[in-house]
Design a protein around this ligand. Sequence first.
Ligand code: ATP
Ligand code: FE
Length: 354
Amino acid sequence: SILLGLESSCDDTAAAVVQGVPGKTRILSSVVFGQAELHAAFGGVVPEIAARAHAEKLDTCVRMALEQSGKRLSDLSAIAVTSGPGLIGGVLSGVMCAKGLAAGAGLPLIGVNHLAGHALTPRLTDGAAFPYLMLLVSGGHCQFLIVRGPGEYRRLGGTIDDAPGEAFDKTARLLALPQPGGPSVESEARHGDPERFRFPRPLLDRPGCDFSFSGLKTALLRTRDGVMTDNRLKRRDRADLCAGFQAAVAEVLAEKTRRAMTIYMNDKPAAPLLAVAGGVAANRTIRAALLEVASEFDAAFLAPPLALCTDNAAMIAYAGLERFAAGEADDMTLAARPRWPLDRTSPALLGSGK
Ligand code: ATP
Ligand code: FE
């Protein structure tokens, strides 16, 4: 089958076309319009501005995705759209656009959980076999999921406050480094000493797979103020602060992943796999730490290409394709859901939430 997917739940407007069957799918096109410049001045995503930009860009995005795929609306099997969770204005824009397209072309409409999109990406890129363990680490999310089927998730734990990407972004702000913080902190850390400042490893002393990252930022602020003279931060100190911060995040992620892997291995997977998604998965120190953990369990490690780790519509089209293949679809009553945990809605993936 051939599916068009739409994504507009945060600050990227995206459309993509995929073709194939579950586990064997090609991406025919994937268009992403970022909104970073629009929100840059505000130090965060402004929901109202985001919603408006999505509404303005969606048509063009869809047209480009279709054009680049070489397909027409009439070639499609169904339309998939992120129907939650996310900023409601953006999600609504996407859902309305998808409904219009589906109604106009007489195609089935399929609502997709944004997190399911991320969680199923290893199937899209590598045809990963169920069950696998997914660590989703981005600017908005941090959680472990055992992915047992296209609509079957078990959440093992997650952050109780900030997401790691958010912590990287705040750290960059505190050290006067450019946004997004992840890449700039990582490149500073490359010539820093990770041992000089010992930052806390939050929640490591407690059992379970939950994370906390907000305390790390406070510790960083205090340490920064301790080494600043005349309100100035030396290059060396900044690099060491970045390296110390990054080492703390990597160690916490690795240790919690060890615990999550232990639980996952109880499923006795035939081909054990640890997969990551989300922008933070781009970090080389973090990747290396996770790869190490996977090898301790004789598991494979998979980090999809960055463009498919961060928000995109190919993953939404793919998650839609899995639902479509299972004979599922929604109708015009499909609702936009700002909150939508993956593992509470029983076997329904996805679903319309009815
Ligand atoms: P979500 O997709 O969960 O709604 P988001 O759009 O903010 O949130 P992504 O686009 O997946 O998330 O990732 C962006 C985040 O990843 C930013 O917080 C950014 O700082 C972080 N990031 C990007 N590159 C790196 C890196 N090399 N090291 C650490 N963090 C990184
Ligand atoms: Fe996302």
